[in-house]
Write a protein that binds this ligand. Structure first.
Ligand code: KMH
Ligand code: ZN
Length: 274
């Protein structure tokens, strides 16, 4: 199977003043998305910012963002329901009203640097049931081995997602989550449900070891400035497309080149909303 490359271009943690290449306006996001599609990305994981470049879950802006990305690219559009660590649960649930192709669903609470990213079981269940009802394809975000156990419990109790394909993303190397090592990756992947597809991303300096381990273990890749701001030692990332280009090169070397957005839609079994 070819490699799904997901780009996570913005995130909710980095200030524009600290990383001028971070896309924070709708125009910047669309330009980034187009460049990343050209470089080999097939899905985009989206966090948006307000007029002051602060993270927001404003529904109007989210709807405009989904529409613009659909208009200007063929990427699978995935909205974050994680938001920022300060976002209340009801705002995170309201993200679904923007009707993305896919959305993230984090499978447990995790220390997140000096903060706590809250995802208690009742919230996970409420969010998952609404995702199923709205026929959106979730991507299960797994920051820790316990999250894999909670994913299995969620599927056992509440069934498969829309389309039937379970797709996961291992987010590794967050201070408080599982380390970004090949050993941790193999352990987590071996505990995933049968038939699940998965990508992995390593934050900060774990980006490359995690990408190489993911390719070696048959997985897909997520890259982007949400997770990585340094391209190599002492070299800031130029832009998101630079990270996608490198991921596409690694995938090609591994003998599993980047898959197209159409192939990603077929693999993830997203509903056609275009
Ligand atoms: N910003 C993090 C607190 C997600 O997008 O679903 C959560 C996050 C996960 O980025
Ligand atoms: Zn995110």
């Amino acid at each position: 199977m070819n490699t799904l490359i997901t780009v996570a271009p913005t995130g909710a943690e980095t200030a524009k003043s600290d990383a001028p290449a971070l896309p924070v306006t709708l125009d910047e996001l669309v330009e980034t998305a187009k460049a990343c599609e050209k470089a080999g990305a097939a899905m985009i994981h989206v966090h948006i910012r307000d007029a002051d470049a602060q993270p927001t879950l404003d529904l109007g802006r989210l709807k405009d963002t989904v529409a613009a990305l659909r208009q200007e690219t063929t990427l699978v559009v995935q909205l974050s329901t994680g938001g920022a660590v300060t976002d209340p649960y009801q705002n995170r649930i309201r993200v679904l009203d923007a009707e993305p192709d896919s959305c993230s669903l984090t499978c447990g609470t995790v220390n997140f640097g000096d903060d706590v990213f809250m995802n208690p079981w009742p919230f996970m269940v409420e969010l998952y049931q609404l995702i199923q009802e709205r026929e959106i394809v979730p991507e299960f975000e797994l920051f820790d081995l316990g999250h894999v156990a909670s994913l299995n419990r969620l599927l056992d109790k509440h069934g498969l997602p829309y389309g039937g394909q379970v797709h996961c993303d291992l987010v590794m190397g967050v201070p408080g989550g599982m380390p970004g090592t090949a050993d941790a990756l193999v352990t987590a992947v071996n505990a995933l449900p049968d038939g699940a597809t998965w990508s992995a991303t390593g934050v900060g300096r774990t980006t490359l070891p995690v990408a190489l381990a993911a390719l070696a273990k048959g997985g897909h890749l997520r890259v982007g400035m949400e997770d990585t701001l340094t391209f190599a030692k002492g070299q800031p990332v130029r832009d998101n497309a630079q990270l996608v280009e490198r991921a596409a090169q690694l995938a090609a070397i591994a003998g599993r080149p980047a898959m197209s957005p159409a192939d990603a839609r077929a693999m993830l079994k997203t509903k056609d909303r275009r």
